[in-house]
Design a binder for this molecule. Structure first.
Ligand code: JHZ
Length: 413
């Protein structure tokens, strides 16, 4: 089955989910295409639902994971900011939990191995798990042993037999991709040592709604988590959420620390409560913030479309800076194409030479900005705006303008 409908809440089973926004039919955001693919592209519905009981959002449709993840365009190493972030994250986890050298660290959704490389600096044994064949091969070539698989209960059984249990399991920007959370948590229970730690990082629901990051809603992201929802989820699965903190990465991410029930880590009640309180104050249990969000989405759609038309009428050359999954989502929500955007640049070699799905805007390497200098650049990778602006200072001499699309359309000269 290529697509299934998820009628009930992934956390609590509630079958009274409320529709929040219908983005229409959209191609998968990370599936960049070549000319020969144009005739075979397949869009899928993208509809957002909320469970007010759990303070949680999920997609109504689940696209078969093999279609999204077996050949994956996104690479963690494509931004220096992100590499630095991983390096700090590894330092922080090693310092806090004092894992002995050569402890096993497993990264789920290990991508090109960027995070595990940062653990190797600390003399940890590392093992990556990722379903993307292209990335598993690439990571292995660079010295990061990677098993090409989804993290499920049967996979965890095989891994624990072959490699032994892990002291630390990490999952950065993976948890929202999992359809069957119960199976994922059962797999964790199998692979973690008794005193092991599970660390996950993923975009925060409050931040998504507050900062209007609607472009981060795409088929890969099945779930949009709050701490309220996660506390419920872990409580029911013999796991203990013992700490929570926050990182500004990717527009605002939650970081959770989990151990097996009865594990030795002291609960940071103060921090957990402060997150729960923030969610309560934001009224995540009520329709209001979700309805406000839906209005904000429409406002950005209107304003960006109007601005692009005005600039095009003035014969401005407009390009996209970065071709992240969220940029593809934004382009397709607004039904933009080469009429509005001449081309996009991206630092990831495997994205260069391809086209955005459905909208067919070409993606080039960043060096073309010197050869074909534009008048306006939309920073699709707005989470790395500082890095991109810094890198493209040479454009500013000519009165160049940047557009940042969210939380509201902003022009920077
Ligand atoms: P970036 C990814 O989403 C994918 P994306 C994933 N689905 C997920 O969950 C989220 O992260 C959280 C380019 N770039 O990291 C590189 C430049 O071209 O925002 C990347 O293609 N020049 C796992 O795809 C893109 O922008 C630059 O100077 O939305 C950034 O993608 C820089 C800094 C980046 O993730």
């Amino acid at each position: 089955m290529i697509i299934t409908v998820k009628q009930t809440c992934r956390i609590c089973g509630n079958n009274q989910l409320s529709p929040i926004f219908d983005f229409g039919s959209m191609p998968p955001a990370n599936t960049l295409v070549s000319k020969s693919d144009f005739a075979h592209e397949q869009p899928f519905p993208l509809q957002l639902m909320a469970c007010f009981d759990c303070a949680f959002m999920q997609l109504r449709h689940v696209v078969a994971p093999d279609l999204l993840f077996r050949d994956y365009a996104y690479m963690s190493s494509s931004s220096q900011t992100y590499l630095d972030h991983f390096s700090t994250l590894a330092d922080t986890l090693i310092t806090r939990f004092k894992f002995p050298a050569r402890s096993l660290v497993v990264d789920i959704g290990s991508n090109d191995g960027s995070l595990l490389k940062a653990f190797q600096v600390h003399k940890m044994h590392t093992l990556g798990i990722d379903p993307a064949r292209n990335l598993a091969r690439l990571a292995a070539k660079q010295g990061v042993q990677t098993v090409c698989a989804y993290f499920t209960e049967p996979t965890a059984k095989k891994l624990v037999q072959k490699y032994g249990p892990a002291r630390l399991i990490t999952a950065t920007n993976v948890f929202a991709h999992i359809d069957n959370l119960q199976d994922f948590l059962a797999a964790l229970d199998i692979l973690l040592t008794k005193d092991g730690i599970f660390f996950a990082q993923f975009p925060s629901l409050v931040d998504l709604l507050e900062k209007n990051a609607f472009d981060t809603i795409y088929h890969e992201h099945l779930s949009y988590f709050s701490i309220t929802a996660l506390k419920r989820l872990f409580g029911r699965n013999h796991l203990d959420l013992f700490d929570v903190d926050y990182s500004p990465i990717h527009g605002g991410s939650l970081r959770i620390f989990v151990q097996k029930k009865g594990g030795g880590m002291k609960k940071n009640n103060r921090s957990i409560h402060s997150f729960l309180e923030r969610e309560q104050q934001f009224r995540l249990h009520e329709p209001k913030p979700y309805m406000q969000f839906a209005q904000n989405v429409q406002k950005v759609e209107r304003n960006l479309r109007r601005l692009l038309k005005k600039l095009r009428d003035q014969k401005k050359k407009i390009v996209g800076l970065g071709a992240p999954a969220k940029g593809v989502t934004l382009i397709n929500i607004l039904r933009l194409g080469t009429k509005e955007i001449d081309f996009i640049t991206d630092s990831t070699p495997s994205k260069q030479g391809l086209y955005t799905p459905a909208s067919h805007i070409p993606i080039f390497q960043e060096e073309v900005l010197r050869k074909w200098p534009p008048d306006v650049g939309i920073i699709f990778a707005w989470n790395f705006a500082d890095e991109i602006i810094q890198k493209t200072q040479f454009l500013k001499k000519r009165g160049f303008k940047y557009i940042i699309p969210v939380p509201k359309v902003t022009v920077i000269s």
